[in-house]
Design a protein around this ligand. Sequence first.
Ligand code: XMP
Length: 518
Amino acid sequence: MIDQDVTPQEKVIILDFGAQYAQLIARRVRECRVYSEIMPGDSSVEAIRAREPSAIILTGGPGSVYGDGSPLPDPGIFDMDIPILGICYGHQLIAVHFGGRRAVTPARQREYGRTSIKLDVESPLFAGLPGELDVWMSHGDLVESAPAGFAVLAQSGATPVAAMVHPELPIYGVQFHPEVGHTDRGVDMLRNWLYEVAGLSGTWNMQSFIEASIEKIRDQVGEGRALCGISGGVDSAVSAVLVHRAIGDRLTCVFVDHGLLRKDEARTVSERFAREMDLNVVAVDASDRFLDALSGESDPEQKRKIVGREFISVFEEEAAKLGDFDFLVQGTIYPDVVESGVGGSAVIKSHHNVGGLPEEMRMDLVEPLRELFKDEVRRVGTELGIPRSILGRHPFPGPGLAVRVLGEITREKLETLREADAIFEQELRAADLYDEIWQSFVVLPNMMSVGVMGDQRTYAMTAVLRAVTSEDAMTADWARIPAEVLDTTARRIINEVPGVNRVAYDVTSKPPATIEWE
Ligand code: XMP
């Protein structure tokens, strides 16, 4: 669990009733400079009290308050005398607690999507907002009449109680989703609730996080030595620099080149980390070993397993050569913690990150970023002075190009992919698009097609460009790259990369596709 030491005094606990929105709510609250944490919706009031919350949010969820086994909060939370905001299912839970089960009924007309509501702008929740707004609704049940004494603060055509407040306690419910981008002024409503209703002042910032976490790392590591695997990615870079600030040269970083990195990455990462961030980096070229182990394998899951297994062996061997270490630094971030089951949401993905902990290595874990979202990690990195070129790098999967050369991997295909990928990146940067895009890369789909170049018939590889926008990789949309940029990229790849005669652009969102092709 998350350690209390680094967590600030103002804290909102988000009780997760299985909504896909819990992480989004947590992020929005933090954007308002208030620290937030997700806990399972049915957590005991004792467990919640132990986290010392300043206020609680009850999320939406797929259940119906009537459903057998639908998660319910510990009723003790309503006696904690702290502000509570219920959203969607959470709003209905409040209605049932104070008004009995009859307060909530199945809606005659289900409401999904944008809906216009009228709001009471005298309420602190809606202070400064216009009297009518479009909000995002997504519900089958609704609060038919507010519990006795509650004031109705908003309604739509189909929803008589779109927002309500308890007569004496700071307990609010909203049927719509203020956290989603489709709700006009939704962040203003959350900010109003945090500042005007809950009386918080917004003290969560990255500088205070850095100071507190350096203290915490010093306490944990004492005079011990720590080892950190760096990948060139943002999370491991920020973790390493933070730990280095805390314990200096007692940190050693290991960079394993598995032969599946992007163009020039193997050469530049360790040099840059050593030179620009003053880290003690040991670089290991293990590419032959990985590529030999992958030879002939075409199944995506097997490829991932092979890379994961080899990574652990190489890492262990290097660690053994470097002496005794007491701690292993890992770049785990908050979405990893939540996705592995802290909240109530279904586990959606279970990627094996190549940086995973070798179980047989008896080292304690140091995970300085366990509480942070990706954008917060980048902000910490900026405050720590890590170059923008490292912090802004698109996420890269642990198994690297192994999952972008579909089917069997050969050195030649890797070389082709690297060249094409580098051209795509150059063109996106030249068009000032790289930073707007969550991830962009080239895939070799193991497909040959006929072409004609000069007077010659060709039979060569197809390269697929993939670029997506996303907030967290859980969902993604294909990036609307201007046709001219695609055109220049395709022409350059055909002209400059031998063995490719066709370029395609992937226009699928996630879901139904995934970001990677394997
Ligand atoms: P998908 O393809 O599932 O990817 O939409 C979501 C995000 O995860 C990355 N990804 C991986 N990361 N090991 C990793 O460390 C993996 O095996 C792996 N597979 C996908 C992907 O690049 C995207 O950012």
